[in-house]
Ligand binder design. Structure first.
Ligand code: NAD
Length: 268
């Protein structure tokens, strides 16, 4: 299938490693010009170099622009958008992503923790989207992808902040999707289950500490709940994102696409 992405321009947030980096690579392998950013200059440059050196990326004509930025700083996001426009004139695809809020239960969090989680995962999505959506609407083509978690379908016990704030991101995506659909802009939410990254290690370690068992034991119990019997790979999540960003996905909007090996048991 021709995904029709060659020459398109994307911004991928929080992309020095994990899921963001996998999505940046997946897009670049389709010939997309990708601005990717995170908070650590050395790491984002290394990620950019790695993607630029990839054989498939080179053959497809993909390009990268690694940038230093924190999703919680509005001025950083403005700088990312203007640097991308300066380099490639327009933005066609936005992948909203950030680190996850800390794990914990209701009694663990102060107002400050709640505000930080709101800024990290919801306000950053609002701000970046605001900066790119009007240009997409004018050009009558755009793809906005918001990374959340299966917790928007089925809350996860020790991830209270993530459960609450990411549900807001999913609701934002659905509402915005209706408002911009007629202008050729789609907005979709991607909900990963358990995909093997540093973040998942952190969550498993926290669960192990709480339960007083080893991290291996947490992983074994966790994989036993997944019909596929294993954690996912970042490139399996990226494949869904690349398809949703593509030309053939033009009629898919306002959806929550779950990538979880069957973990969530609900049909809705
Ligand atoms: P990761 O820890 O492997 O990577 C996180 C990336 O985000 C890094 O590049 C980091 O530098 C960047 N980042 C963190 N805070 C940032 C900030 N303020 N500004 C800019 N960049 C920032 O994590 P991951 O597994 O790729 O997870 C990405 C998102 O998906 C997280 O929000 C995570 O909670 C969520 N998620 C992951 C899984 C999973 O199984 N991996 C499941 C559900 C949800």
């Amino acid at each position: 299938m021709d995904l029709g992405l060659r020459g398109r321009v994307a911004i991928v947030a929080a992309a020095s490693k994990g899921l963001g980096k996998a999505v940046a690579l997946g897009l670049a392998r389709e010939g997309v010009r990708v601005a990717l950013f995170s908070r650590d200059e050395t790491q984002i440059k290394a990620a950019g170099d790695e993607i630029a050196a990839d054989d498939v990326v080179r053959r497809a004509g993909g390009e990268v622009l690694p940038l230093l930025a924190d999703v919680t700083h509005d001025e950083d996001l403005r700088r990312v958008v203007s640097a991308t426009e300066q380099r490639w004139a327009q933005i066609d695809i936005l992948f909203n992503n950030a680190g996850g809020p800390p794990p914990g239960y209701f009694e663990d969090f102060s107002d400050e923790d709640w505000s930080r989680a709101f800024e990290l995962n919801l306000l950053s999505t609002v701000r970046l989207t605001r900066l790119v959506v009007s240009g997409m609407r004018e050009r009558r083509w755009g793809r906005i992808l918001n990374l959340t978690s299966t917790s928007v379908k089925q809350p996860i016990d020790n991830l209270l902040l993530s459960n609450a704030i990411r549900s807001g991101v999913a609701a934002l995506g659905k509402t915005l999707a209706n408002g911009v659909a007629a202008d050729g802009v789609t907005v979709n939410t991607i909900a990963p289950g358990r995909i093997r990254t540093d973040r998942l290690e952190q969550v498993d370690r926290s669960t192990a500490d709480k339960l007083g068992v080893s991290v291996d034991e947490v992983r074994r119990r966790s994989e036993a709940l997944i019909p596929m019997g294993r954690y996912g790979r970042p490139e399996e999540l990226a494949a869904a994102a690349v398809f949703l960003a593509s030309e053939p996905a033009a009629y898919i909007t306002g959806q929550i696409v779950v990538v979880d090996g069957g973990l969530v048991k609900s049909t809705a």
